[in-house]
Design a protein around this ligand. Structure first.
Ligand code: AVJ
Length: 318
């Protein structure tokens, strides 16, 4: 009987590195906080709620593509791989692959470890015969996987268009690292969001009931905790919109009034209307998405999409 290893497997990165990363971002000419800090336990739950919103099309569109083309995807991928889920969150996307791919091992990686642990514990009950491992890692800058990952054919799973958080250059570097970790026989199954009309994109990132606003504002609570800062969430408002020139949705937090934020060893003044950039979510044309994977060294790239061509699920062999 396989046992899931849920032992502490957190990122070795010292919290000092997190503090310097956050302060550098806050003190920059235009302030920024990395989107990875959106995901504390509450942030992960708020993102789960976003995925249920009628305006947020990526999750259900990707799920529909997988449901419709599952047999083709399974034929391309093959069974019995080591399924490595990057940014697993609630593990719902991987769970839908299990009946198709019958992985030998499921390795779920997420920066939000406590949320991940609960997700895996639930999943292990539903699929007792799959060996599961949870890793609390920030994989944005490196993809060195610890020895708990068994030898065997690897399938990296990077769904939901999380790749969109990187600039295209960073995305290429990240994909190249993933390709290197595939050895010769591995592969990548990735979801990439495609360019579409601005109104659809604006609504998806600024929904009517304000879940995305709460998700974005929650980053300030998380930073207060990590840095000992004194952000007053009530002084900030959410902005989320498509920037067509750069083919990306941007999220910002905008100061409602002039204010000062302080933390041990530093402070930053914000003028009324000044913003903190919290996320980019790049949208690709299908051809550009394929090009990115090829430039990263992947071959025999196969694309499945929905009838509106809103989203692409892409299989790429190393
Ligand atoms: C998890 C990065 C794919 O960019 O659509 C959702 C995050 N931000 N709503 C995305 C997000 C605002 C999401 N990713």
């Amino acid at each position: 009987m396989p046992t899931s290893s849920l032992a502490e497997a957190r990122d070795a990165r010292a919290s000092g590195a997190i503090v310097s990363e956050l302060t550098a971002g806050l003190l920059g000419k235009s302030a920024a906080i990395s989107p990875k800090f959106l995901y504390d336990a509450l942030g992960s739950r708020l993102f789960e709620a976003i995925c249920e919103l009628p305006e947020y099309y990526p999750t259900r569109t990707e799920a529909a593509i997988v449901a419709r083309h599952g047999a083709d995807i399974a034929r391309a991928v093959g069974v019995g791989t080591t399924l490595i889920d990057l940014g697993a969150g609630n593990c719902a996307k991987a769970a839908r692959l299990f009946p198709l791919l019958h992985p030998a091992q499921y390795v779920a990686v997420d920066i939000s470890y406590d949320f991940l642990r609960e997700s895996i514990e639930r999943l292990q009950q539903r699929f007792p015969h799959i060996e599961m491992t949870g890793l609390g890692l920030d994989f944005s800058s490196h993809l060195d996987l610890p020895g708990v990952v068994r030898p065997g054919k690897r399938l990296f799973f990077y769904p939901g268009s999380s790749i969109g958080n990187y600039t295209p250059d960073e995305a290429r570097d990240f994909l190249r690292r993933a390709r290197d970790e595939c050895d010769d026989d591995g592969a990548l199954l990735i979801g990439i969001d495609l360019v579409k009309d601005a109104a659809t994109l604006d609504a998806a990132y600024d929904d009517a009931i304000g879940v995305t606003a709460a998700f974005n504002l929650n980053i300030l609570r998380h930073v207060n905790l990590l840095l000992g800062a004194d952000f007053d969430v009530a002084q900030w408002r959410h902005r989320g919109f498509f920037n067509a020139d750069d083919s990306r949705v941007e999220m910002h937090l905008e100061a409602r009034e002039a204010l000062t934020v302080r933390w041990p060893g530093g402070e930053r003044r914000f003028a009324a209307g000044e913003r903190i950039h919290t996320e980019n979510s790049y949208k690709y044309r299908q051809s550009a998405a394929v090009g990115l994977l090829e430039q990263a060294g992947f071959q025999s790239v196969h694309v499945w999409t929905d009838p509106d061509q809103w989203f692409a699920v892409i299989y790429a062999r190393a």
